[in-house]
Write a protein that binds this ligand. Structure first.
Ligand code: GDP
Length: 456
Protein backbone atom coordinates (compact mmCIF):
# COMPACT_ATOMS: atom_id res chain seq x y z
CA UNK A 1 0.00 0.00 0.00
CA UNK A 2 1.20 3.48 -0.69
CA UNK A 3 1.61 5.97 2.07
CA UNK A 4 -1.20 8.04 0.69
CA UNK A 5 -4.03 6.44 2.64
CA UNK A 6 -2.23 7.12 5.89
CA UNK A 7 -2.39 10.81 5.16
CA UNK A 8 -6.12 10.76 4.67
CA UNK A 9 -7.26 11.53 8.17
CA UNK A 10 -4.76 14.37 8.53
CA UNK A 11 -6.12 16.30 5.65
CA UNK A 12 -9.81 15.57 5.69
CA UNK A 13 -11.70 18.79 5.36
CA UNK A 14 -15.01 19.30 7.09
CA UNK A 15 -17.22 22.19 6.04
CA UNK A 16 -17.99 24.90 8.56
CA UNK A 17 -20.78 27.33 7.82
CA UNK A 18 -20.88 30.73 9.48
CA UNK A 19 -24.39 32.03 10.07
CA UNK A 20 -25.99 34.84 12.00
CA UNK A 21 -28.09 37.92 11.57
CA UNK A 22 -26.66 40.99 9.79
CA UNK A 23 -23.87 43.00 11.44
CA UNK A 24 -22.77 40.47 14.02
CA UNK A 25 -19.38 40.14 12.28
CA UNK A 26 -19.73 37.01 10.16
CA UNK A 27 -17.47 38.29 7.39
CA UNK A 28 -14.81 39.45 9.83
CA UNK A 29 -14.83 36.04 11.42
CA UNK A 30 -14.62 34.38 8.02
CA UNK A 31 -11.65 36.54 7.05
CA UNK A 32 -10.00 35.87 10.37
CA UNK A 33 -10.41 32.12 9.85
CA UNK A 34 -9.02 31.97 6.34
CA UNK A 35 -6.18 34.41 7.03
CA UNK A 36 -4.36 35.38 3.87
CA UNK A 37 -5.75 32.53 1.84
CA UNK A 38 -7.90 33.40 -1.10
CA UNK A 39 -11.64 32.96 -0.90
CA UNK A 40 -13.59 31.37 -3.71
CA UNK A 41 -16.82 33.05 -4.72
CA UNK A 42 -19.71 30.89 -5.73
CA UNK A 43 -23.28 31.47 -6.81
CA UNK A 44 -25.90 29.39 -5.13
CA UNK A 45 -29.33 29.39 -6.71
CA UNK A 46 -32.04 30.74 -4.46
CA UNK A 47 -29.69 32.72 -2.28
CA UNK A 48 -29.47 36.45 -2.74
CA UNK A 49 -25.74 36.84 -2.55
CA UNK A 50 -22.65 34.94 -3.53
CA UNK A 51 -21.17 32.66 -0.97
CA UNK A 52 -17.52 32.67 -0.07
CA UNK A 53 -15.47 29.57 0.53
CA UNK A 54 -12.05 29.57 2.13
CA UNK A 55 -9.56 27.18 3.64
CA UNK A 56 -9.01 27.15 7.37
CA UNK A 57 -5.76 25.81 8.76
CA UNK A 58 -5.21 25.35 12.43
CA UNK A 59 -2.14 23.44 13.50
CA UNK A 60 -2.40 20.37 11.26
CA UNK A 61 -6.14 20.51 11.00
CA UNK A 62 -7.89 21.82 7.90
CA UNK A 63 -11.45 22.80 7.17
CA UNK A 64 -13.42 24.75 4.61
CA UNK A 65 -15.25 27.79 5.94
CA UNK A 66 -18.35 29.09 4.18
CA UNK A 67 -19.52 32.64 4.61
CA UNK A 68 -23.17 32.43 3.80
CA UNK A 69 -23.24 36.05 2.71
CA UNK A 70 -25.39 38.85 3.88
CA UNK A 71 -28.96 39.56 3.05
CA UNK A 72 -29.93 41.70 0.16
CA UNK A 73 -31.05 44.99 1.68
CA UNK A 74 -33.12 45.72 -1.42
CA UNK A 75 -35.04 42.48 -1.13
CA UNK A 76 -38.76 42.73 -0.54
CA UNK A 77 -38.62 39.43 1.25
CA UNK A 78 -39.06 39.71 5.01
CA UNK A 79 -35.70 39.50 6.75
CA UNK A 80 -36.71 36.44 8.73
CA UNK A 81 -37.52 34.54 5.55
CA UNK A 82 -34.23 35.51 3.92
CA UNK A 83 -32.32 34.46 7.01
CA UNK A 84 -34.16 31.18 7.26
CA UNK A 85 -33.50 30.29 3.65
CA UNK A 86 -29.85 31.27 3.90
CA UNK A 87 -29.43 29.09 6.95
CA UNK A 88 -31.15 26.09 5.48
CA UNK A 89 -28.82 26.19 2.49
CA UNK A 90 -25.79 26.60 4.75
CA UNK A 91 -26.81 23.84 7.11
CA UNK A 92 -27.48 21.52 4.24
CA UNK A 93 -23.83 21.32 3.24
CA UNK A 94 -22.18 21.98 6.58
CA UNK A 95 -20.62 19.49 8.94
CA UNK A 96 -20.68 22.07 11.69
CA UNK A 97 -22.25 25.52 12.04
CA UNK A 98 -20.85 28.58 13.74
CA UNK A 99 -23.66 30.77 14.90
CA UNK A 100 -22.40 34.27 15.49
CA UNK A 101 -24.11 36.69 17.88
CA UNK A 102 -23.16 40.19 18.99
CA UNK A 103 -21.99 39.93 22.58
CA UNK A 104 -23.15 43.48 23.32
CA UNK A 105 -26.62 43.27 21.85
CA UNK A 106 -27.86 40.36 23.90
CA UNK A 107 -30.31 37.91 22.42
CA UNK A 108 -32.51 39.39 19.71
CA UNK A 109 -35.67 37.93 18.24
CA UNK A 110 -33.82 37.10 15.03
CA UNK A 111 -31.09 35.30 17.01
CA UNK A 112 -33.81 33.21 18.60
CA UNK A 113 -35.29 32.36 15.24
CA UNK A 114 -31.90 31.35 13.83
CA UNK A 115 -31.13 29.23 16.89
CA UNK A 116 -34.49 27.50 16.50
CA UNK A 117 -33.75 26.56 12.86
CA UNK A 118 -30.30 25.36 13.84
CA UNK A 119 -31.48 23.26 16.77
CA UNK A 120 -33.93 21.52 14.50
CA UNK A 121 -31.26 20.81 11.90
CA UNK A 122 -29.47 18.39 14.17
CA UNK A 123 -26.07 19.72 13.08
CA UNK A 124 -23.41 20.45 15.69
CA UNK A 125 -23.41 24.17 16.41
CA UNK A 126 -20.81 26.28 18.16
CA UNK A 127 -22.18 29.56 19.48
CA UNK A 128 -19.80 32.48 19.00
CA UNK A 129 -20.23 35.71 20.98
CA UNK A 130 -18.35 38.23 18.86
CA UNK A 131 -16.96 41.70 19.58
CA UNK A 132 -15.45 40.81 22.93
CA UNK A 133 -12.47 42.96 22.07
CA UNK A 134 -10.54 43.33 25.31
CA UNK A 135 -10.09 41.54 28.59
CA UNK A 136 -11.88 43.14 31.47
CA UNK A 137 -14.57 44.39 29.11
CA UNK A 138 -16.58 41.27 29.04
CA UNK A 139 -20.28 41.57 28.62
CA UNK A 140 -22.53 39.13 30.43
CA UNK A 141 -22.72 36.09 28.23
CA UNK A 142 -24.98 34.00 30.41
CA UNK A 143 -28.00 35.34 28.59
CA UNK A 144 -26.96 33.41 25.48
CA UNK A 145 -27.50 30.03 27.12
CA UNK A 146 -31.15 30.76 26.43
CA UNK A 147 -30.53 29.91 22.76
CA UNK A 148 -30.14 26.27 23.70
CA UNK A 149 -26.84 25.96 21.86
CA UNK A 150 -24.55 25.46 24.82
CA UNK A 151 -21.79 27.68 26.12
CA UNK A 152 -20.97 30.73 24.02
CA UNK A 153 -17.34 31.15 23.01
CA UNK A 154 -16.20 34.77 23.34
CA UNK A 155 -14.08 36.09 20.47
CA UNK A 156 -13.03 39.26 18.78
CA UNK A 157 -13.02 38.54 15.06
CA UNK A 158 -11.70 42.04 14.54
CA UNK A 159 -8.68 41.67 16.83
CA UNK A 160 -8.23 37.90 16.77
CA UNK A 161 -8.84 37.51 20.46
CA UNK A 162 -10.11 34.05 21.46
CA UNK A 163 -9.93 32.72 17.91
CA UNK A 164 -7.43 29.95 18.68
CA UNK A 165 -9.55 28.74 21.61
CA UNK A 166 -12.58 28.85 19.36
CA UNK A 167 -10.82 26.75 16.72
CA UNK A 168 -9.91 24.18 19.36
CA UNK A 169 -13.55 23.87 20.31
CA UNK A 170 -14.58 23.68 16.67
CA UNK A 171 -11.99 21.03 15.88
CA UNK A 172 -13.13 18.93 18.81
CA UNK A 173 -16.78 19.23 17.86
CA UNK A 174 -16.38 18.51 14.14
CA UNK A 175 -17.58 15.07 13.22
CA UNK A 176 -14.65 12.88 12.21
CA UNK A 177 -14.80 11.92 8.59
CA UNK A 178 -15.48 8.29 7.82
CA UNK A 179 -12.33 6.47 6.80
CA UNK A 180 -11.95 7.06 3.13
CA UNK A 181 -11.94 4.17 0.73
CA UNK A 182 -8.47 3.59 -0.63
CA UNK A 183 -7.69 3.60 -4.29
CA UNK A 184 -7.40 0.29 -6.13
CA UNK A 185 -7.05 -0.81 -9.71
CA UNK A 186 -10.83 -0.40 -9.97
CA UNK A 187 -10.59 3.27 -8.97
CA UNK A 188 -11.10 5.52 -11.98
CA UNK A 189 -7.71 6.83 -13.03
CA UNK A 190 -8.32 10.16 -14.67
CA UNK A 191 -6.13 12.12 -17.07
CA UNK A 192 -6.83 15.69 -18.09
CA UNK A 193 -5.64 16.24 -21.63
CA UNK A 194 -5.82 19.15 -24.01
CA UNK A 195 -3.70 21.76 -25.64
CA UNK A 196 -1.83 24.35 -23.58
CA UNK A 197 -3.90 26.96 -21.74
CA UNK A 198 -7.28 25.30 -22.06
CA UNK A 199 -7.29 25.17 -18.26
CA UNK A 200 -6.05 21.70 -17.35
CA UNK A 201 -4.10 22.72 -14.28
CA UNK A 202 -6.86 25.10 -13.24
CA UNK A 203 -9.32 22.24 -13.37
CA UNK A 204 -7.05 19.96 -11.38
CA UNK A 205 -6.66 22.66 -8.77
CA UNK A 206 -10.40 23.32 -8.73
CA UNK A 207 -11.07 19.63 -8.16
CA UNK A 208 -8.47 19.34 -5.46
CA UNK A 209 -9.71 22.50 -3.79
CA UNK A 210 -13.41 21.66 -4.03
CA UNK A 211 -15.20 21.20 -0.77
CA UNK A 212 -16.05 17.61 0.02
CA UNK A 213 -12.89 16.56 -1.76
CA UNK A 214 -10.47 14.76 0.45
CA UNK A 215 -6.99 14.67 -0.93
CA UNK A 216 -4.93 11.66 0.03
CA UNK A 217 -1.66 12.41 -1.60
CA UNK A 218 -0.32 15.62 -2.89
CA UNK A 219 1.91 15.43 -5.90
CA UNK A 220 5.50 15.97 -5.01
CA UNK A 221 5.36 14.45 -1.53
CA UNK A 222 7.67 11.76 -2.79
CA UNK A 223 9.82 11.90 -5.83
CA UNK A 224 7.59 10.01 -8.16
CA UNK A 225 4.23 10.77 -6.64
CA UNK A 226 2.77 12.43 -9.66
CA UNK A 227 -0.71 11.12 -9.03
CA UNK A 228 -3.27 12.60 -6.69
CA UNK A 229 -5.64 10.28 -4.92
CA UNK A 230 -8.82 11.92 -3.76
CA UNK A 231 -12.25 11.09 -2.47
CA UNK A 232 -15.33 12.87 -3.73
CA UNK A 233 -18.75 11.97 -2.33
CA UNK A 234 -17.28 8.90 -0.69
CA UNK A 235 -15.74 7.55 -3.88
CA UNK A 236 -12.04 7.38 -4.59
CA UNK A 237 -10.44 8.71 -7.77
CA UNK A 238 -6.88 9.05 -8.95
CA UNK A 239 -5.88 12.09 -10.97
CA UNK A 240 -2.81 11.03 -12.85
CA UNK A 241 0.22 13.06 -13.81
CA UNK A 242 -0.92 15.98 -11.76
CA UNK A 243 2.62 17.02 -10.92
CA UNK A 244 3.29 17.88 -14.54
CA UNK A 245 0.04 19.75 -14.74
CA UNK A 246 0.12 21.55 -11.43
CA UNK A 247 3.73 22.53 -11.32
CA UNK A 248 3.62 24.14 -14.70
CA UNK A 249 4.83 27.67 -14.20
CA UNK A 250 3.93 30.67 -16.23
CA UNK A 251 5.42 29.40 -19.45
CA UNK A 252 4.68 32.12 -21.91
CA UNK A 253 5.32 30.04 -24.97
CA UNK A 254 3.77 26.69 -24.30
CA UNK A 255 5.17 23.90 -26.34
CA UNK A 256 2.39 22.48 -28.39
CA UNK A 257 4.38 19.35 -29.04
CA UNK A 258 4.93 18.81 -25.37
CA UNK A 259 1.17 18.87 -24.84
CA UNK A 260 0.81 15.99 -27.25
CA UNK A 261 3.58 14.02 -25.63
CA UNK A 262 2.07 14.58 -22.20
CA UNK A 263 -1.36 13.57 -23.46
CA UNK A 264 0.00 10.35 -24.92
CA UNK A 265 1.92 9.57 -21.77
CA UNK A 266 -1.02 10.06 -19.46
CA UNK A 267 -3.38 8.22 -21.81
CA UNK A 268 -1.26 5.13 -21.30
CA UNK A 269 -2.10 5.00 -17.63
CA UNK A 270 -5.61 6.41 -17.37
CA UNK A 271 -9.02 4.82 -17.60
CA UNK A 272 -10.92 8.05 -18.08
CA UNK A 273 -9.67 10.91 -20.26
CA UNK A 274 -11.05 14.39 -19.75
CA UNK A 275 -10.62 15.93 -23.18
CA UNK A 276 -10.54 19.61 -22.46
CA UNK A 277 -11.55 22.38 -24.86
CA UNK A 278 -11.56 26.14 -24.43
CA UNK A 279 -15.05 27.59 -24.91
CA UNK A 280 -13.65 31.05 -25.54
CA UNK A 281 -11.52 29.93 -28.46
CA UNK A 282 -13.57 27.30 -30.19
CA UNK A 283 -12.27 24.05 -31.55
CA UNK A 284 -8.85 23.96 -33.12
CA UNK A 285 -7.07 21.35 -35.18
CA UNK A 286 -4.88 20.50 -32.23
CA UNK A 287 -7.94 19.85 -30.08
CA UNK A 288 -9.13 17.35 -32.64
CA UNK A 289 -5.68 15.84 -32.78
CA UNK A 290 -5.47 15.28 -29.04
CA UNK A 291 -9.06 14.05 -28.84
CA UNK A 292 -8.21 11.52 -31.53
CA UNK A 293 -5.52 10.04 -29.31
CA UNK A 294 -8.04 9.42 -26.52
CA UNK A 295 -10.22 7.49 -28.96
CA UNK A 296 -7.27 5.59 -30.39
CA UNK A 297 -6.09 4.67 -26.91
CA UNK A 298 -9.52 3.15 -26.20
CA UNK A 299 -10.07 5.25 -23.10
CA UNK A 300 -13.41 6.28 -21.71
CA UNK A 301 -13.70 9.99 -22.47
CA UNK A 302 -15.58 12.99 -21.25
CA UNK A 303 -15.38 16.15 -23.34
CA UNK A 304 -14.97 19.15 -21.06
CA UNK A 305 -15.83 22.57 -22.43
CA UNK A 306 -13.93 24.84 -20.06
CA UNK A 307 -13.96 28.64 -19.59
CA UNK A 308 -17.70 28.60 -20.05
CA UNK A 309 -17.77 31.73 -17.84
CA UNK A 310 -16.11 33.65 -20.68
CA UNK A 311 -19.07 33.06 -22.97
CA UNK A 312 -21.51 35.93 -22.43
CA UNK A 313 -24.85 34.58 -21.25
CA UNK A 314 -27.34 34.35 -24.09
CA UNK A 315 -24.67 34.59 -26.79
CA UNK A 316 -24.22 30.92 -27.48
CA UNK A 317 -26.41 28.12 -26.27
CA UNK A 318 -24.91 24.91 -24.92
CA UNK A 319 -26.86 22.95 -27.51
CA UNK A 320 -25.09 24.83 -30.30
CA UNK A 321 -21.72 24.08 -28.78
CA UNK A 322 -22.67 20.42 -28.49
CA UNK A 323 -23.69 20.36 -32.17
CA UNK A 324 -20.42 21.95 -33.17
CA UNK A 325 -18.39 19.44 -31.18
CA UNK A 326 -20.33 16.50 -32.56
CA UNK A 327 -19.69 17.86 -36.01
CA UNK A 328 -15.96 18.45 -35.54
CA UNK A 329 -15.17 15.47 -33.35
CA UNK A 330 -17.44 12.80 -34.83
CA UNK A 331 -15.17 10.00 -33.64
CA UNK A 332 -15.92 10.99 -30.00
CA UNK A 333 -19.68 10.88 -30.55
CA UNK A 334 -19.95 8.47 -27.60
CA UNK A 335 -18.37 10.89 -25.11
CA UNK A 336 -20.62 12.96 -22.85
CA UNK A 337 -20.00 16.71 -22.88
CA UNK A 338 -19.65 18.79 -19.70
CA UNK A 339 -19.35 22.54 -19.29
CA UNK A 340 -17.02 23.92 -16.65
CA UNK A 341 -15.43 27.04 -15.36
CA UNK A 342 -12.26 25.86 -13.72
CA UNK A 343 -11.40 29.23 -12.26
CA UNK A 344 -14.83 29.49 -10.64
CA UNK A 345 -14.88 25.81 -9.76
CA UNK A 346 -18.19 25.44 -11.56
CA UNK A 347 -19.45 22.26 -13.17
CA UNK A 348 -17.33 19.99 -10.98
CA UNK A 349 -20.28 17.98 -9.62
CA UNK A 350 -21.63 17.31 -13.12
CA UNK A 351 -18.17 16.40 -14.28
CA UNK A 352 -17.82 13.77 -11.56
CA UNK A 353 -21.21 12.38 -12.51
CA UNK A 354 -20.02 11.97 -16.08
CA UNK A 355 -16.75 10.41 -14.89
CA UNK A 356 -18.70 7.89 -12.79
CA UNK A 357 -20.91 7.05 -15.73
CA UNK A 358 -18.17 6.51 -18.28
CA UNK A 359 -15.97 4.62 -15.80
CA UNK A 360 -18.81 2.23 -14.97
CA UNK A 361 -19.73 1.80 -18.62
CA UNK A 362 -16.16 1.04 -19.57
CA UNK A 363 -16.18 -1.82 -17.06
CA UNK A 364 -19.58 -3.22 -18.03
CA UNK A 365 -19.99 -6.70 -19.51
CA UNK A 366 -22.94 -7.81 -21.57
CA UNK A 367 -23.99 -11.43 -22.14
CA UNK A 368 -22.96 -13.22 -25.32
CA UNK A 369 -26.47 -14.26 -26.46
CA UNK A 370 -27.63 -10.63 -26.41
CA UNK A 371 -24.54 -9.53 -28.34
CA UNK A 372 -24.95 -12.25 -30.94
CA UNK A 373 -28.64 -11.48 -31.37
CA UNK A 374 -27.96 -7.77 -31.75
CA UNK A 375 -25.35 -8.30 -34.46
CA UNK A 376 -27.36 -10.94 -36.30
CA UNK A 377 -30.37 -8.65 -36.34
CA UNK A 378 -28.23 -5.81 -37.68
CA UNK A 379 -26.96 -8.12 -40.40
CA UNK A 380 -30.53 -9.15 -41.19
CA UNK A 381 -31.50 -5.51 -41.64
CA UNK A 382 -28.58 -4.85 -43.91
CA UNK A 383 -27.24 -8.05 -45.47
CA UNK A 384 -23.73 -7.90 -46.82
CA UNK A 385 -21.95 -9.96 -49.43
CA UNK A 386 -18.22 -10.28 -49.83
CA UNK A 387 -17.06 -11.42 -53.28
CA UNK A 388 -20.52 -12.86 -53.89
CA UNK A 389 -20.67 -14.78 -50.60
CA UNK A 390 -23.20 -13.57 -48.05
CA UNK A 391 -21.63 -12.63 -44.75
CA UNK A 392 -22.78 -14.74 -41.81
CA UNK A 393 -22.29 -14.08 -38.12
CA UNK A 394 -22.00 -17.25 -36.11
CA UNK A 395 -21.62 -15.80 -32.65
CA UNK A 396 -20.25 -12.87 -30.77
CA UNK A 397 -19.13 -12.30 -27.22
CA UNK A 398 -17.44 -9.65 -25.16
CA UNK A 399 -13.80 -10.50 -24.63
CA UNK A 400 -12.59 -7.37 -22.86
CA UNK A 401 -13.62 -4.23 -21.05
CA UNK A 402 -12.01 -0.79 -21.10
CA UNK A 403 -12.74 -0.51 -23.99
CA UNK A 404 -15.55 -2.98 -24.53
CA UNK A 405 -14.21 -5.39 -27.12
CA UNK A 406 -16.16 -8.09 -28.91
CA UNK A 407 -14.98 -11.17 -30.72
CA UNK A 408 -17.27 -11.75 -33.67
CA UNK A 409 -17.11 -15.08 -35.42
CA UNK A 410 -17.88 -14.72 -39.10
CA UNK A 411 -17.31 -16.61 -42.32
CA UNK A 412 -15.18 -13.87 -43.83
CA UNK A 413 -12.95 -12.27 -41.21
CA UNK A 414 -10.45 -9.81 -42.53
CA UNK A 415 -12.62 -8.90 -45.44
CA UNK A 416 -15.22 -6.78 -43.78
CA UNK A 417 -15.22 -3.19 -44.89
CA UNK A 418 -14.56 -0.48 -42.33
CA UNK A 419 -17.92 1.16 -42.99
CA UNK A 420 -19.74 -2.08 -42.30
CA UNK A 421 -17.78 -2.57 -39.11
CA UNK A 422 -18.90 0.88 -38.08
CA UNK A 423 -22.49 -0.06 -38.84
CA UNK A 424 -22.20 -3.08 -36.54
CA UNK A 425 -20.57 -0.98 -33.82
CA UNK A 426 -23.45 1.47 -34.04
CA UNK A 427 -25.90 -1.41 -33.58
CA UNK A 428 -24.07 -2.46 -30.40
CA UNK A 429 -24.00 1.15 -29.28
CA UNK A 430 -27.77 1.46 -29.66
CA UNK A 431 -28.35 -1.78 -27.79
CA UNK A 432 -25.83 -1.39 -24.96
CA UNK A 433 -24.79 2.29 -24.89
CA UNK A 434 -21.29 1.95 -23.38
CA UNK A 435 -21.42 5.70 -22.90
CA UNK A 436 -17.98 7.28 -23.12
CA UNK A 437 -16.11 4.32 -24.54
CA UNK A 438 -15.13 3.35 -28.02
CA UNK A 439 -16.36 -0.12 -28.98
CA UNK A 440 -13.94 -2.49 -30.66
CA UNK A 441 -14.69 -5.51 -32.80
CA UNK A 442 -12.31 -8.33 -33.48
CA UNK A 443 -13.45 -10.50 -36.38
CA UNK A 444 -12.52 -14.16 -36.11
CA UNK A 445 -13.19 -17.16 -38.23
CA UNK A 446 -16.34 -19.11 -37.43
CA UNK A 447 -15.62 -22.45 -35.79
CA UNK A 448 -17.12 -25.92 -36.24
CA UNK A 449 -18.86 -27.96 -33.58
CA UNK A 450 -15.61 -29.05 -31.94
CA UNK A 451 -13.86 -25.79 -32.37
CA UNK A 452 -12.45 -26.87 -35.74
CA UNK A 453 -12.01 -24.20 -38.30
CA UNK A 454 -14.71 -24.10 -40.92
CA UNK A 455 -13.72 -24.06 -44.57
CA UNK A 456 -15.50 -21.58 -46.76
P1 GDP B 1 -3.30 24.49 -18.94
O1 GDP B 1 -2.14 24.89 -19.75
O2 GDP B 1 -4.27 23.70 -19.78
O3 GDP B 1 -2.98 23.77 -17.69
O4 GDP B 1 -4.09 25.84 -18.57
P2 GDP B 1 -4.10 26.69 -17.22
O5 GDP B 1 -4.90 25.95 -16.18
O6 GDP B 1 -2.73 27.10 -16.89
O7 GDP B 1 -4.97 27.94 -17.67
C1 GDP B 1 -4.56 28.83 -18.64
C2 GDP B 1 -5.18 30.20 -18.38
O8 GDP B 1 -6.59 30.14 -18.52
C3 GDP B 1 -4.91 30.71 -16.99
O9 GDP B 1 -4.69 32.08 -17.09
C4 GDP B 1 -6.20 30.42 -16.24
O10 GDP B 1 -6.43 31.31 -15.20
C5 GDP B 1 -7.23 30.58 -17.34
N1 GDP B 1 -8.40 29.72 -17.11
C6 GDP B 1 -8.42 28.39 -16.88
N2 GDP B 1 -9.67 27.94 -16.74
C7 GDP B 1 -10.49 29.01 -16.84
C8 GDP B 1 -11.91 29.20 -16.78
O11 GDP B 1 -12.70 28.29 -16.60
N3 GDP B 1 -12.36 30.47 -16.99
C9 GDP B 1 -11.52 31.52 -17.22
N4 GDP B 1 -12.07 32.71 -17.39
N5 GDP B 1 -10.19 31.37 -17.29
C10 GDP B 1 -9.68 30.15 -17.09
Amino acid sequence: MSGSAALASDIARPIIAIVGRPNVGKSSLFNRLIGRRRALVRDVPGVTRDRLYGQVEFERWRATAVDTGGFDPGSVEPLVEGVRRQILVAVDEADLVLMVVDAWDGVTALDEEIARVLRRSGRPVVLIANKVDAAGQEPALSEFYRLGLGEPVAVSAEHGRGVAEMLETVRARCPRPAPAPAASAETPHIAVIGRPNVGKSSLVNAIIGAERVLVHSEPGTTRDAVDTTLVYRDRPYVLIDTAGIRRKGRVSEPLEKLAVVMALKSLERCQVALVMLDASEGLTAQDAHIAGYADAAGRASVIVVNKWDLVPPGMVRKAEVVDQIRDRLPFLGYAPICFTSATRAEGVAELFEAIDTVAAEARRRVPAPAVTATLQQALGRRPMSIAGVPLTIQSANQVATGPPTFAVRVNKPGEIHFSYERYLINALRRAFAFTGSPIRLSFRRAVGPRGRRLRR
